[in-house]
Design a protein around this ligand. Structure first.
Ligand code: MG
Length: 170
């Protein structure tokens, strides 16, 4: 079964530069995301969100805060199969933290029907593209905040302005 792996910040909601979404009020959805998810559910057997959240490791928010942020997100976009997050600090070099592929392997363990080689990773950063590439997925870059498409074009299979543009291409 092919799965869709989605980064969160900059793909589903507005990125807060040099900051984190620390409470539900700070979560602002990007335009067209709900519509995009409705299309994606028809094309992918499973949908996962994979998100680095080291704001937890820094003590800026708790896992309870993150849970209420994600409840607001799901209320807006509809259900996904699972949200995976890595709370650890970048310097901890956790295998779960993107660009390492721990969260992809966890999804494959949790959902035995997922085939990573048939799956797609959509993100807005080099970290996401590396994660998708290392996990054997097709990579899709959205947004215009990253220089990865020009600096490491071999990491990016497809590029769209937004998640909705990607969904409309399916
Ligand atoms: Mg992002």
């Amino acid at each position: 079964m092919k799965a869709l792996f989605l980064d969160r910040d900059g793909v589903l909601n507005v990125l807060r530069p040099n900051d984190y979404v620390k409470c539900p009020d700070e979560l602002v959805l990007l335009p067209g995301v709900k519509e995009a998810l409705d299309i994606c559910r028809r094309h992918f057997g499973r949908i996962f969100i994979v998100t680095n959240q080291q704001g937890i490791g820094k003590g800026l928010m708790s896992e309870t805060d993150l849970a209420s942020i994600h409840q607001k997100l799901l209320d807006a976009i509809g259900p996904v199969d699972r949200i995976y997050f890595c709370p650890e600090l970048e310097r901890a070099h956790s295998f779960r933290r993107k660009p390492n592929i721990g969260m992809a392997l966890q999804a494959r363990r949790d959902y035995r029907d997922v085939r990573l080689k048939e799956s797609v990773m959509v993100g807005d950063s080099k970290t996401d593209m590396l994660f998708g590439r290392r996990a054997g997925m097709t990579t899709v870059l959205v947004g215009n905040n990253s220089t990865v498409a020009t600096d490491q074009p071999y990491l990016v299979d497809y590029r769209y302005p937004s998640l909705l543009d990607f969904a409309a291409s399916l």
